[in-house]
Design a protein around this ligand. Sequence first.
Ligand SMILES: Cc1ncc(COP(=O)(O)O)c(C=O)c1O
Length: 437
Amino acid sequence: MRVDDITEAIGETPLLRIDPAVHGLRNIDLYAKLELLNPFGSLKDRAAWSMVRPLLAGAAERGDTVVELSSGNTAKALALIAGMHGLPFKSVTNRMRIPEIKDLLLLLGAEIDELPGRSECLDPSDTDDPLTRMYQVLNESTAGFVHTDQYFNELNAEAHLNGTGPEIIKDLDGTAPDYFIACVGTAGSSTGVARALRRYNPDTRVIGLVAAKSDFIPGIRTIDEVHEVGLFEPGVYDAIETITADEAIDGLLTLVRRCGTLAGPTGGGAYQGAVSFLRTQDAVLKSRKTAVFIVCDRVEPYVSYLRERRPALFGRPPRPHSVSSLSPAELAAAPAVSVAAAPDFARRALVVDLRNPYAYQALHIDGSINIVDEVFAELLQAGLPFSRRQPVLLVCPVGEKSAAYAALLTRMGHPDVRSLDGGIIAWRDAGGELVRD
Ligand SMILES: Cc1ncc(COP(=O)(O)O)c(C=O)c1O
């Protein structure tokens, strides 16, 4: 295939039939749409090109900068396309949690504006999130910027309506699959493909996958972030299922070790989510069915993500003091203190606020110290980060993270650690005193 411009190589990705000996489904043919084979490495190549192409005319002459709220694949594709057109690219994002992707973006010449929020996905109604504030600023005036606006730009979904979806139908000899399973980030790919498939087969069932509560699968929403925002329309999905990071990694291992497919975590999650869902259907099917899932991107940038969660895969000792090792019983028994009793306890305790620095600076319990939860998780690997004699009160937004760490510290032998029940929100709602830096 000869091309004059690398963007001509976007799309027309293969549809790989997964060996039934691997997935074990008896009545369903399962196919993977290999979006990782796009030239910049992900399904976002399509959306990025579709969104930025109409905005390029005159941008270099005006000295505009391409800007997008993305910490991953959209940013990567836009950085490359911007470079080809002599434009700078700026990625605005909450903390970049995948170091390899950050380094890669810097290598591509991107400027990175890293904000201290937590969300993976823009929620314009969450005005506490710095990402939302940045989005509002961009919406007020785009002078000097080419803003591709992936969360709201219909051209994101259209790239899949006109490309990914019809390609699947063509490769299935003019039929739409009975099931389509996809991870949901901006929702552009699942929405666009679903629309294309349902034009051919209104009965195609669409399963959206999101990360389980408080879990992190890079590139997609958590179940807490499933709001009606931007391109996300609940009516597109027959079901929204959750997948855990652990399941995503299991799926990734199957794809890389048994299917010759260098899938990243969301590809693994889509495979695992598809097989779990389809197993419930398989047993009762009367006729043969077809299912398609998307392998969104490649595994290479996620090596540190995988090493942290599965050290044994890399010949490293396990990390015994991790939240993911807690049993449901340990979590249920996490020591907590109610907001009513917390002020008394806080007077003699070290108060550790696990929230992001931005939220902490805005409002916190007087005298508390701020250790962001990921840093706190690291500190625990070396042992207790304070004396056993020191009572400790852990604080987070709603009391979930703090409860997990309280359970973990209890297991590690700390005799007097508590989680603030309901978190800083319950404290605030009860009229508890908060100070600002
Ligand atoms: C790795 C990965 N998987 C899945 C998705 C979800 O795609 P969409 O934004 O179209 O919902 C993304 C989005 O950025 C992603 O980066």
